[in-house]
Write a protein that binds this ligand. Sequence first.
Ligand code: MSP
Length: 510
Amino acid sequence: MANPKFYLTTPIYYVNDVPHIGHAYCTIAADVLARFKRMEGYDVFFLTGTDEHGTKIEQSAKSHGKTPKEWVDIVVGRFREAWQTLNISYDHLIRTTDDYHKQGVQKLFETIRANNYIYEGDYEGWYCVPDETFWTETQIVDGKCPDCGRAVERLKEKSYFFKLSAFADKLLEHIRIHPGFIEPETRRNEVLSRIRQGLNDLSISRTTVKWGIPVPGDPERTIYVWIDALINYITASGYGTDEGRFKTLWPADLHLIGKEILWFHTVIWPAMLMAANLPLPRRVFGHGWWTVEGQKMSKSIGNVVDPVELVETYGVDAVRYFLMREGTFGKDADFSLSAMIARINNELANDLGNLLSRALAMIKKYDGGSIPRAGGRESADAEILGMAAALPERVKTQLDNLQFNSALEEIWTFIRRCNKYVEENAPWELAKKAESKTRLNAVLYNLAESLRIIAVLLAPFMPATAEKMLSQLGLDKAEEGTFESARKWGLLQEGSKIAPGEPLFPRVKV
Ligand code: MSP
């Protein structure tokens, strides 16, 4: 039987900006899940991409003396490099300037129009050029965009409208039947109460925007950039170009997005799919935002954190670890170098790094570098063995709930318990007496086996570190890294050679 599939997405990022930790955060979270699901045996399709149309991008191209296409080709390179640096295992990066995307967008537009959910009318509203968003009279605040605070312009034009108003009841019903559709729950409640206030039809074409996908049969107008962008999730999986692939992959199992774009993903996007008689994504999760030392991260403040620079200084796994460990997914979190360095030194260098180097140093010293014989289990081992047996399921549960920091906390509780186990059993004392040799071996075996399980479970978060750990334990990651292998105690073979190496994480001087 074929493996079950798991299709997950990040938002597609605007290319008028270079990647920052906000983008990296969502993409790393998606990567952790993609890797974990692959370890579990799923056929994963992990999609990320870039949102390349619209006025803002036209403007930023102009300010750099480039055509829009030249400009997006340059910036998309920055995203690709950032994802490579961060060790992101995406399966596909969609660009909204790709031809197959354009075909799919036009097909969906035509389908929805044929189903009578698109009509022509006059649009008049307040438009925020930088945000490419129309606002109603009641939404604007003192003549400014409620989102970014910049001045809005009055704009009137002929437009195509999407009959969003027709979908309020169906959406409410869908959310009621599928409580897991919008997460976290607080966000679901916000969306619900907004839908209950009624939905307005949505203008979905622009005459003012030249850099976009033309409306089929009306080349003077382009499709509203948000509509173009949302459709990426189906065009990337074959809609409009490869129906067989589309049927296998769609619906997406998970859209990971930031909290501020939840409305687009949980109201407008599902309504569009309903209008085309297509299935809805199974789950949409809106994560929180990073502030930097308590402040909003912004270009004007000049505190935008570049993930690639962080990797150059602290290493990729330390950055991945920190972003997944510091905040709760779904809530806002604060970035500071001091918090990151504290975690690197305390949790990565001390708790984890020392456990590995101590255990391996003792196996080298007392057993000549070979995995010792597993021994009879004493009561002192019961807790370690019990925790090791329960850990994989606990981590899985947290990850299924997208609680990355709790998953890591589960692993660290075990790491700290293992460190305590070393102190309690004092192998250096056991080594002094010949009659304690069996016990010494058992203690060291238990430590090595615990470290193997820790490495496998850490692999989605810190792939390079996990690989180093497994190879220092004398194992080959490719064979040993499945989720199943973390659930089995006793896979390390007596007599196999360990290969102690460099410390996993050098301490950062403060
Ligand atoms: N192009 C749209 C998304 C279209 S998806 C069909 C877009 N792009 S964006 O580049 O502006 O933002 C992409 C993501 O980055 C959003 O999910 C947003 O929440 C996230 N973040 C931007 N700043 C952030 C932080 N400071 N912290 C965490 N995430 C943040 O919106």
